[in-house]
Design a protein around this ligand. Structure first.
Ligand code: FES
Length: 102
């Protein structure tokens, strides 16, 4: 698919995460201390939109049942049951544009 623009850097300020739809797929893009990261937005437990959850440092907490994922790697950090990691994507910044490589 290549490199898809997800937004402007000014719209994703430090500590913020947004959801963007790229070719019908919901992607979470987060700014952690000036570095940008992207993962699938759908929680691998029951599909909640993770961008509607909480972001603390690099930990995303799902708003439905509190699964925790590492925003940088997509790895599951904490949940009582075994669920899949999130797919993560490389992010590239060019001028003031945030691109997700898919
Ligand atoms: S839907 Fe995310 S923890 Fe249940």
């Amino acid at each position: 698919m290549g490199k898809i623009v997800a937004g402007k850097t000014a719209d994703i300020t430090p500590g913020k995460m947004i959801k963007v739809s790229i070719d019908g797929r919901d992607i979470l893009v987060a700014n952690i201390n000036g570095e940008y990261f992207a993962t699938d937005d759908s929680c691998t437990h029951s599909g909640s939109s993770l961008s509607e959850g909480k972001l603390n440092e690099s930990t995303i907490t799902c708003g439905w049942h509190a699964a925790e994922f590492d925003c940088k790697s997509g790895k599951l950090l904490k949940f009582p049951a075994k669920i899949r990691d999130l797919t993560s994507y490389n992010v590239v910044i060019e001028s003031d544009n945030v691109f997700v490589e898919m």
